[in-house]
Ligand binder design. Structure first.
Ligand code: HEM
Length: 315
């Protein structure tokens, strides 16, 4: 599935908009929701004005995307759907008279925004952390490259169908999601009834925030919890479909991430082909184990400093 056509000329703009929007909204959200009487601070510092300005710019931008797609559709024969992307499909749904719901323009924009907001940074961040761990752990990198070479059998690329047989690749990605849970605090929940949990009384109506990042590194749940050891996922039952509470990179239950089936194959496909085709080393003078793994805390946790590697084709 394409979000918008690959060649979309404004992809840098999208990122820029999103980063500014996310940062300002996050600041507002935290102050207004958790310390309501401090909400006036946001007005004084100009945070509200900035957030509103960004929201307006973003809205205009989404309008432009939709208009471009509507105009493109007007100029083409209905049957040619080879170039269809996410927005085209939403527009088709909007026109579909057989469905029992109407997709309003605002819902359409919200869906596009959600896909950008929830889907792009998380996937990219996860891949960057996985690459960082592979570089810090040459043994794992070699083992993964061996698996990729065996699966590819001399073909120029690893295909989507091959991924099912790449068990080590899957373990590497799961282990990376455990250690570097990109979305550390799950969406807030509200308890529907009084419960007693591990000795704590939680009253009905309490907002509960689950720290998935801490659960992933909890030494009571994971042996050598701070070590990158993909092997721990080779022979265990952890998978993306089954409800479990000790590994929560995509959350759990009814509000869990609906993008798993999109992001996991994307990550697997990208990583399999990168390690199959390239060797990566750190710039001269930096030892693998010295690679800076500091985290920048936010709604998503990403690397504090970008990952720079020297890439060379594998023979
Ligand atoms: C590595 C990639 C991703 C990670 C780690 C991730 C993680 C998460 C997490 C932890 C949640 C909250 C779940 C909960 O509270 O139980 C979430 C929600 C969500 N994710 Fe993802 N996500 C990823 C990719 C995507 C993609 C690719 C999309 C869409 C294209 C997406 C769309 C969403 C949406 C719409 C929600 C909100 C669901 C709701 O409000 O009920 N995510 N994601």
């Amino acid at each position: 599935m394409l979000l918008v056509k690959n060649s979309y000329k404004d992809s840098d703009l999208i990122e820029e908009f999103w980063i500014r929007y996310r940062n300002d909204m996050a600041r507002r959200y935290v102050k207004r929701c958790y310390i309501p009487w401090l909400s006036w601070v946001d007005q004084v510092t100009g945070s509200v004005g900035r957030a509103e300005k960004i929201a307006k710019e973003f809205d205009e931008f989404l309008e432009r995307i939709i208009e471009e797609h509507v105009n493109k559709k007007k100029g083409e024969d209905d049957k040619s759907n080879e170039e269809e992307d996410f927005v085209d499909i939403l527009l088709d749904l909007q026109k579909d008279k057989t469905s029992d719901f109407t997709l309003q323009r605002d819902s359409l924009k919200a869906l596009i925004l959600e896909a950008f907001a929830a889907g792009t940074e998380t996937t990219q961040t996860s891949l960057e952390w996985t690459m960082s761990e592979l570089i810090r752990n040459p043994r794992v990198m070699k083992k993964l490259q061996r698996e990729a070479t065996e699966i590819a059998q001399g073909r120029s690329m690893i295909s989507e169908e091959d991924l099912d047989r790449m068990h080590y690749l899957k373990a590497v990605i799961k282990e990376s999601l455990r250690l570097h849970t990109p979305f550390p605090l799950l969406l807030p929940r509200i308890s529907t009834q009084d419960v007693k949990l591990m000795g704590y009384d939680i009253a009905a109506g309490t907002q509960v925030i689950i720290n998935a990042w801490a659960i992933g590194r909890d030494p009571a749940l994971w042996e050598e919890s701070n070590k990158f050891k993909p092997e721990r996922f080779l022979n265990n039952s952890v998978n993306y479909q089954v409800l479990q509470f000790d590994w929560l990179p995509f959350g759990a239950g009814r509000r869990s991430c609906p993008g798993i089936q999109f992001s996991v194959p994307v990550m697997e496909f990208a990583l399999a082909n990168i390690v199959y085709k390239f060797d990566m080393v750190l710039p001269k003078g930096i030892e693998n184990e010295d690679l800076d793994m500091s985290e920048e805390f936010g709604i998503t946790i990403h690397r504090k400093s970008s990952l720079f590697v020297l890439v060379s084709p594998r023979c």
